[in-house]
Design a protein around this ligand. Structure first.
Ligand code: HEM
Length: 405
């Protein structure tokens, strides 16, 4: 354990004892994940709730405090591809971090990652819809993430935030994502720097401090929670829709997300080894905490409004609301105060699986033409909102401020 983590553990331990034993003993916060099910296969089994990202956290805190964040951001403007040299205009200590951050873990298998590209290409449209309407809406029901996003700069300019997050969603599915002509290693390194900046800045936001139940945001446990809202929640839906994924592609898609977790700074002992391990970890750490916060309710409302300026006649806000309900279920959707639609909700719930079967398997199933085209339009709209096609370059930067509101 690094010195910084040790200090944080002690500090957080003090804060916890002040809150009383009840918080410490709360079963939903207990970490029972065995590292035997991880890519490392072994580990200390420490709760990643108390593990952050030492190599970059102290560096970026210092960069922000010494007034170098803008210099680093300017130097990164043309740093896009994995094979590029790291920006020479960045300070030497930052260059050193960048060089280490773009190295793939020893267990990364580039050929497997090429197979993952086939998977992403084949099911790219569903992945777009799932990253947007499933993972994106679910993120508003993850309390710590909702608070962090709402009170950071991203909560102030949600459209910008979405396009930056969508950049990762797009780069991960690109050809050669982790080879030298791809972009993911750089995107992840930049995201680690952004997260480090958030860890330094949010504790200075009186709004976040008043709302948060923690002292430092974005622990490795939080990152894995979000990882499950992406990787394993998407996987679960594809299985629910009976998408016939060959074994090698299933394994490769998992590998893509395992490598991504590692490149985002997560230790190997927390990264699930198989889909079964991933789904089990998801049940333990994501599912029990899903629910609304005042910040999440506002973010969900803002997200559902993002489609309103697009030229989409069939996909109205009620359609997006019903689709969210179909993705997240009644309990979470009700908690986010998203209204029920008594005709649309069951229509979408029964219509979408039929639509997928018609699309995938060419089955002759009954579905009204209007509903079919509404779903096609939904794919287009969600891809437009979330996948940011054609709005390059999108630059993921070190934040220099919080949400002022
Ligand atoms: C920023 C991805 C986990 C909170 C970002 C960005 C990306 C990203 C691509 C850059 C976009 C931007 O600058 O707005 C991810 C991925 C995660 C993850 C793939 C896990 C697999 C988390 C978690 C939290 C979080 C767990 C909070 C608990 C934030 C915040 C920002 C950010 C607050 C900065 C927003 C801003 O000020 O603009 N993340 N993130 N992220 N992330 Fe994450």
């Amino acid at each position: 354990m690094g010195e910084l983590n040790r200090r944080r553990l002690l500090k957080a331990g003090g804060a916890l004892s002040a809150l009383g034993a009840m918080t410490v003993a709360a079963p939903s916060t207990a970490w029972s994940w065995s590292p035997a099910g991880s890519v490392a296969g072994t580990g200390a089994g420490l709760d990643p709730r108390w593990v952050w990202d030492d190599p970059v956290d102290s560096l970026i805190a210092d960069v922000i405090d010494r007034g170098d964040a803008q210099l680093v951001n300017d130097s990164m403007k043309r740093w896009i591809y994995n094979g590029q040299a790291v920006p020479s205009g960045a300070p030497a200590d930052v260059q050193e971090f960048m060089n280490s951050a773009i190295q793939l873990p020893a267990w990364a298998d580039l050929e497997k990652l090429d197979v993952a590209f086939d998977f992403c290409e084949k099911w790219g449209l569903y992945l777009g819809v799932l990253y947007g309407m499933n993972s994106g809406m679910m993120s508003t029901a993850i309390p710590r993430e909702a608070r962090a996003v709402y009170y950071s700069k991203g909560g102030w300019d949600l459209k910008d935030r979405i396009s930056k997050t969508a950049k990762l969603g797009k780069d991960i599915g690109d050809h050669h994502a982790y080879r030298s002509d791809g972009k993911m290693s750089v995107t992840c390194a930049r995201t680690r720097m952004t997260h480090a900046g958030v860890r330094h800045l949010l504790p200075q936001s009186p709004h976040w401090v008043a709302a948060a139940d923690e002292e430092i945001p974005i622990s490795q446990r939080d990152i894995m929670v979000t990882w499950h809202s992406l990787a394993s929640s998407v996987w679960q839906k594809l299985m629910e829709w009976d998408i016939d994924v060959p074994d090698d592609e299933a394994e490769a898609y998992l590998h893509l997300w395992q490598v991504t977790a590692s490149m985002l700074g997560v230790l190997d002992e927390y990264i699930p080894a198989t889909w079964a391990d991933a789904l089990a970890q998801r049940e333990q750490i994501l599912v029990p905490l899903l629910g609304a916060t005042p910040e999440g309710i506002k973010l969900a409302d803002m997200l559902l409004d993002l489609g309103k300026n697009l030229d989409a006649t069939l996909v109205t806000r009620p359609v997006l609301e019903s689709f969210t309900r179909y993705m997240l279920g009644n309990k979470i959707t009700d908690s986010l105060k998203i209204p029920r639609h008594f005709i649309l909700d069951p229509t979408i719930r029964t219509g979408w699986p039929i639509f997928v079967k018609i699309r995938e398997f060419g089955l002759n199933l009954p579905l009204s033409e209007k509903l079919y085209w509404t779903f096609e339009e939904l794919i287009r709209v969600v891809v437009l909102i979330y996948m940011s096609e054609g709005i390059e370059p999108i630059l993921i930067d070190i934040p220099t401020a919080n949400n002022p509101n």
